[in-house]
Design a protein around this ligand. Structure first.
Ligand code: FMN
Length: 332
């Protein structure tokens, strides 16, 4: 067991969070994650209205009595403040444990959450945005390295650098994200001062993930060389595995296409259709560089217990190495 400020704050068993994932994070998937002792977030943007989100929260509650949260992604030009506020209001009224925000400063919705005792976790890739969110009342920061699946923001800094920087600079609990898929990443993040980890891609490729099997199999084949960043020209990069759709988007960007044109391939509904039909080429699929280390499609509980048990083994091995070094030093 690893007990940290994050397990305390959220009332969860393990300091592990599953990041919000559009189209995937619905009731059944969230309830499975909650039952595995981790925190996860219903993806608000997936629902047509705040009322639909409320129904999904109620549905999740019928499947689990463990804590879970709501993700409110606020991508510039796609999501409007009013809509984000409506989602925050429902999350507060329904008393979920935490809200994960991303894409824009969450300060305008934190008071609504705090009034209902809901914790605000803001996901960012830059220290200065983290500081702004903390000033606005964020309870914890999810610091995101460039390796991550989805939107890494506009900094090119990997988790191994941005995480210790965040630990040094910020005065709230820190959750590490970006490229973490196994016990090694978990143990390394905690060693660098994180109070927990958040993973997306690893959980997208689990037995309970509602993604079509064809696509899960494709993630398993991805190596560290097989992801790419699309939409850099729109100042909103998105890391996906390379396929027909990402090639098309990169060609469009090279000839200066507009957001509207690019959305004909990147648009949420196309992604949703491809997730369900199993067309692994038909849409850009957010994917971490860390997918290179994912070898099996296992149930969430197994993924979590392998991480926790693996991390204990890593710590024990390190202790042994420390002992050997002392022994060698004594000999010389
Ligand atoms: C398939 C997929 C969909 C995602 N959708 C969202 C989303 O809707 N909102 C969001 O804030 N982050 C989204 N993300 C990012 C994750 O929440 C998380 O920040 C990221 O996956 C962490 O990096 P990792 O993939 O290296 O673990 C998505 C990631 C994946 C893999």
């Amino acid at each position: 067991m690893f007990k940290t400020s994050i397990t305390e704050m959220l009332g969860i068993e393990h300091p592990i969070l599953m990041g919000g994932m559009q189209w995937l994070c619905k009731a059944e998937f969230i309830a499975s994650a909650a039952e595995a002792g981790i925190m996860s977030f219903l993806a608000a943007e997936t629902f047509p209205s705040a009322e639909a989100l409320r129904q999904e929260i109620k549905k999740t509650r019928q499947m689990t009595n463990k804590p879970f949260g709501v993700n409110i992604s606020m991508l510039p030009e796609v999501v409007h403040e009013d809509r984000a506020l409506e989602f925050a209001q429902v999350a507060a009224e329904e008393g979920v444990v935490a809200v994960e925000t991303s894409g824009r400063d969450p300060s305008f919705l934190i008071p609504i959450l705090h009034e209902a005792g809901v914790k605000g976790f803001h996901k960012v890739s830059l220290i200065r945005y983290a500081k702004k969110a903390i000033q606005g009342g964020a309870d914890a920061i999810i610091i995101l390295g460039y390796e991550c699946g989805g939107h890494p923001g506009r900094s090119d800094v990997p988790t191994s650098i941005i995480l210790p920087r965040a630990v040094d600079e910020l005065n709230v609990p820190i959750v590490a994200a970006g490229g973490i898929v196994d016990a090694r990443g978990f143990a390394a993040a905690l060693s660098m001062g994180a109070d927990g980890v958040l993973m997306g891609t690893r959980f997208a490729v689990t037995a309970e993930s509602p993604m079509h099997d064809n696509i899960k199999k494709r993630y398993i084949e991805v190596t560290e060389m097989d992801t790419t960043l699309i939409m850099k020209s729109l100042k909103n990069p998105l890391r996906c595995y390379k396929n027909w759709a990402t090639d098309e988007v990169l060609k469009m960007e090279a000839r200066g296409a507009t957001l509207e044109e690019i959305l004909t391939i990147v648009g949420g509904k196309i992604g949703r259709a491809a997730y369900e039909s199993g067309d692994a080429e038909g849409a850009p699929f957010p994917c971490s560089m860390g997918a290179a280390m994912i070898k099996e499609i296992n149930p969430i509980k197994q993924v979590v217990s392998e991480i926790i048990e693996g991390a204990h083994r890593i710590l024990a091995d390190l202790r042994k190495m420390e002992g050997q070094k002392t022994f060698e030093t004594q000999k010389s």
